[in-house]
Design a protein around this ligand. Structure first.
Ligand code: COA
Length: 160
């Protein structure tokens, strides 16, 4: 098992990346609303990811078992609450096999190496399994907020 930040050399993997993203997004669609799902899908298209494999503002990480892509994590960066890495999405192709943990721990180590102040994420309050996993890995709750789609979310942070 290995994680890799996708680069322009990985263009060939992008269709699989989008396929995995859309499939897992469908699985968790009950936590969101139609508008949020539609907007998310229309943001992370094959073209968008291909054009952003060199981006300074977003990073696409893949989890591979052998050569097969079976997990993904999308990182963003901002300065809203310190110099932070934001986990925009983390998704495992097969659940409960350690893929999500591996991707998240790797993201935390990278953020530490890059001297970030914290790793933050927003998760639907309905996504109890994911929230429990973040808690287990050391994230603390920063409270709830309503996002731009009117959904009740919890902000969580891993502070160094
Ligand atoms: C959340 C997610 C990334 C976790 O990855 P994972 O590889 O399944 O998780 P791991 O195997 O590393 O860890 C297992 C833990 O994940 C949690 N978990 C979250 N969703 C789960 C699911 N559908 N099935 C099993 N465990 C799940 C459990 O708390 C479990 O803890 P436990 O082993 O103490 O019971 C993954 O379940 C997933 O892709 N879910 C759908 C997408 C999503 O909700 N992403 C988060 C919002 S961005």
């Amino acid at each position: 098992m290995a994680n890799r930040i996708l680069t322009p050399k990985d263009k060939i993997i992008v269709p699989d990346y989008v396929g995995l993203f859309d499939r897992v997004l469908e699985e968790i669609s009950p936590f969101y609303n139609e508008e949020a799902i539609r907007e998310t899908k229309s943001r992370y298209t094959q073209e968008y990811i291909e054009n952003n494999l060199r981006s300074d503002s977003e990073r696409f990480i893949g989890h591979f078992t052998g050569t097969s892509l079976d997990g993904l994590l999308i990182e963003g960066f901002d300065n809203l609450d310190g110099n932070r890495t934001v986990i925009r999405w983390v998704m495992a192709g097969k659940k409960g096999k350690g893929i999500g943990t591996d991707l998240i721990m790797d993201c935390i180590s990278r953020a530490k190496r890059e001297h970030k102040d914290n790793v933050a994420l927003g998760v639907s309050l309905k996504n109890t399994l994911a929230r429990n996993l973040y808690k287990k890995l050391g994230f603390i709750s920063g409270g709830t907020y309503i996002n731009n789609h009117g959904l009740l979310m919890e902000v969580m942070g891993y502070i160094f």
